[in-house]
Design a protein. Structure first.
Length: 195
């Protein structure tokens, strides 16, 4: 099994999931990141051409993940089937997503929060649900940007203006902001996403 040397706060892929690597020549995290990034760029081109607005449903969540990772992982677009260091039990993913989507639709309808607040809360909840074996942070950030741009008609977040999948100070601030949100303190995450 390749040693992907995960950055702090990343969810490790278990051995069974690692067996689902399509590109078997990949042996390092740098190689994995490069191939995943190429796949994600294709997914972003698809999003730019389709401008989807019906995103708050399980089908779209899975389709976006599949488009982001299908050239690299056989399990792309499929919910995890094991518990992780984050997220609830794997068998509650569909229910937890449905509850989140219902909440967001209600927030929008009632104008419960300003757009950035809705997006921050949505992002934090989606990360906590952690639906997939891997790629959850990147997927949740892209879902959040779609919510902002295609539904709330706002600009995307800048996400600390750095690539968050690699170790660094921006990733440390991002993880710390997510941990603060775990305790219902959303302020650090609100500040981080627009820096």
């Amino acid at each position: 099994m390749p040693d992907f040397n995960y950055p702090v706060g990343a969810t490790p892929i278990d051995p069974d999931e690692a067996e689902e690597l399509i590109l078997t020549h990949i042996t390092t995290r740098i190689e994995l990141d490069r191939w995943e990034e190429e796949n994600i760029l294709k997914a972003m081109a698809w999003l730019d051409s389709t401008k989807p607005t019906d995103i708050l449903n399980e089908q779209f969540v899975k389709e976006l993940h599949r488009r982001m990772f299908a050239s690299v992982w056989k399990w792309a677009g499929h919910f995890r089937r094991s518990d992780k260091n984050i997220g609830g039990p794997w068998y509650q993913i569909s229910t937890n997503l449905k509850n989140l989507f219902d909440d967001v639709c209600l927030w929008i309808e009632l104008q419960e929060y300003p757009a950035d607040e809705m997006a921050v809360r949505f992002h934090h909840s989606l990360v906590l649900i952690h639906p997939f074996p891997n790629g959850n942070g990147r997927h949740a950030r892209l879902m959040t940007d779609l919510l902002l741009e295609n539904i709330l008609n706002c600009s995307r977040f800048t996400w600390g203006s750095e690539y968050l999948s690699r170790a660094g100070s921006a990733r440390q601030r991002y993880i710390a902001a997510l941990h603060a949100a775990d305790k219902y303190n959303y302020e650090p995450l609100r500040e981080f996403v627009r820096t």
